[in-house]
Write a protein that binds this ligand. Structure first.
Ligand code: UDP
Length: 507
């Protein structure tokens, strides 16, 4: 039942490594997975990206443009079986899947195992490696049935992954009842990093519904059994943590980032998408503000943030998602604010061309929620950051930016907005926003030193991705190591599917 966009069947394709990417639909997972596939394809690999139509539609233009430039990459759609998974029809077409349907969505994805396997058996070239987002543990069965190795894909930093892993393996939470009690992360070397359980609960941990705990165990097993890890980070930024994670997991780690460097059209892109008001500003004067693809600020927070930006006196580009979901008073506030800051402030309502904005010379700082992709994109653009974590790995990414790399100023949020599926009202006041923006964007020795560190890091990031760099070498190694010949004998999908599904019971 799969429908394909373009093919990857040519003579060279038969002797090339063929990576099958199984990404998650969330942009923070999907974008870097596709960029990684395109970077591998740029080095001669064949890449097949699989997923439901709602996922495919988000990346089709990017994939098609790569096909036009001659890369062997294909995008294959597999319709979800909504009824069997218990997922309301079309739920996955919305911007975000509501938490109450997430479980069924993961079930629906697991049900794609068999159709994906059949497709891969029927189409040449035969795969040589499955690259799975770590949230799809059932790909263990897919890979073993196809008789090929499986790599876990993370768009996260090694620092955060190692912190999380060590907190779990050294039982750091034993005897700690208060989720806001700070503990020192064990096994991180000389440096001392302090976190709370609420800041680093572990993947899928802490949701007070039994099936999620079981799912978390299943995900952990699949991570432990992987044949290696592909990570969107680069060695020179965090060498001790890359090595530390590989050693702790006893697993090869290929750092391939920053994968956003696949997009090389900086100059031409910089003239598109931005309004004149931003381009007209002097170099490094504009602060870009965005909380990524999932986080959505509460009404009160929108107002405080807007007033803080206004009071900072700095030009800004502020991305506000789903404006239609706010009450009228907030929408009016935004219009009035735009009137007051006309010529120096721009509110983007909806999806922003983030990479393009960050690469523009006028931008000099980034107020970020510390999603890993945004953090790494800031690093790649050489920008200091105001760190404002919301949840998941963002608190650990903040620590990397502020405490390890020295390129961030924290707004001081200590608790996640959501913990154990319960939302918390945390509002950062306008004064705090103003001060943080001034300290990152302003003059003074400290701010200059931060900017110098950010620029030096960007040079390292670009060098890592270029020929001769560590990430470039790792991509070449992947393409070489997973050439045909390594595939083991295959068994039938029917043997494993019930087992995989048994691990994903109704919830
Ligand atoms: N992004 C974008 N425009 C937007 C919001 C996000 O291009 O308006 C991109 C951003 O460049 C990054 C990804 O979406 O590559 C978001 O990933 P991140 O890990 O930063 O945060 P998440 O969305 O997962 O919270």
């Amino acid at each position: 039942d799969a429908s394909t966009s373009a093919a990857a069947g040519s003579n060279d394709a038969a002797s090339a490594a063929h990576f099958v990417f199984v990404p998650l639909r969330e942009q923070g997972h999907l974008i870097p997975a596709v960029d990684t596939a395109l970077r591998l394809a740029s080095h001669g690999a064949v890449c097949t990206i699989v997923g439901p139509p709602s996922t495919a539609s988000l990346v089709r233009p990017t994939v098609e443009s790569a096909q036009h430039s001659g890369l062997h990459v294909r995008l294959v759609e597999f319709p979800l079986d909504y009824a069997t998974a218990g997922l309301p029809e079309g739920t996955d077409n919305a911007d975000a899947i509501p938490l109450q349907h997430m479980w069924s969505y993961y079930r629906a994805m697991a049900l794609l195992c068999s159709p994906i396997e059949s497709y891969l058996r029927e189409h040449t070239p035969y795969p040589t490696c499955v690259v799975s987002d770590f949230v799809h543990p059932w790909t263990t069965e897919l890979a073993s049935s196809l008789g090929v190795p499986r790599l876990s894909f993370f768009s996260m930093c090694s620092f955060g992954l190692l912190c999380q892993h060590n907190l779990e393996r050294f039982n750091a939470w034993d005897g700690v009842d208060d989720p806001n009690q700070p503990v020192v992360v064990p096994g991180m070397g000389e440096k001392r990093f302090v976190v709370t359980r609420a800041q680093a609960p572990g993947f899928f941990r802490g949701i007070p519904i039994r099936c999620w705990e079981e799912f978390a165990d299943y995900v952990e097993r699949a991570r432990a059994e992987a044949d290696g890890v592909i990570m969107n980070t680069f060695e020179e930024m965090e060498p001790e943590f890359v090595a530390g994670y590989a050693a702790a997991r006893k697993m090869k780690v290929w750092t391939v980032g920053p994968v956003s460097t696949y997009h090389q059209t900086r100059t031409t892109l910089a003239s598109r998408g931005l309004r004149k008001s931003a381009i007209g500003h002097e170099q490094g004067s504009v602060v870009y503000v965005s909380f990524g693809s999932i986080s959505q600020a509460e009404s009160k927070q929108v107002v405080e943030l807007g007033l803080g930006l206004e009071a900072s006196g700095h030009p800004f580009i502020w991305v506000v998602k789903n404006v239609h979901e706010y009450e009228e008073s907030v929408r009016e506030f935004l219009v009035e604010l735009e009137g007051r800051v006309a010529g120096r402030g721009l509110v983007i309502r909806g999806w922003a061309p983030q990479l393009l904005i960050l690469s523009h010379d006028a931008v000099g700082g980034f107020v970020t929620h510390c999603g890993w992709n945004s953090t790494l994109e800031a690093v790649t653009a050489g920008l200091p950051v105001v760190t404002w974590p919301h949840f998941t790995d963002q608190f650990l990414n903040e620590k990397l930016a502020v405490e390890v790399l020295g390129i961030g100023v924290s707004v001081g949020v200590a608790e996640p907005l959501t913990y154990q599926a319960v939302k918390k009202e945390i509002v950062v006041g306008r004064g705090v926003v103003e001060e943080a923006v001034r300290s990152v964007m302003g003059g003074g020795e400290e701010a200059e030193a931060r900017r110098r560190r950010a620029r030096a890091l960007a040079d390292k990031a670009r060098a890592a991705a270029r020929e001769g760099g560590s990430s470039h070498a790792n991509l070449l190694d992947l393409v070489k190591r997973f050439r045909p010949g390594a595939a083991r004998d295959a068994s039938a999908a029917s043997e494993f599917l019930p087992a995989a599904m048994a691990l994903l019971p109704s919830c």
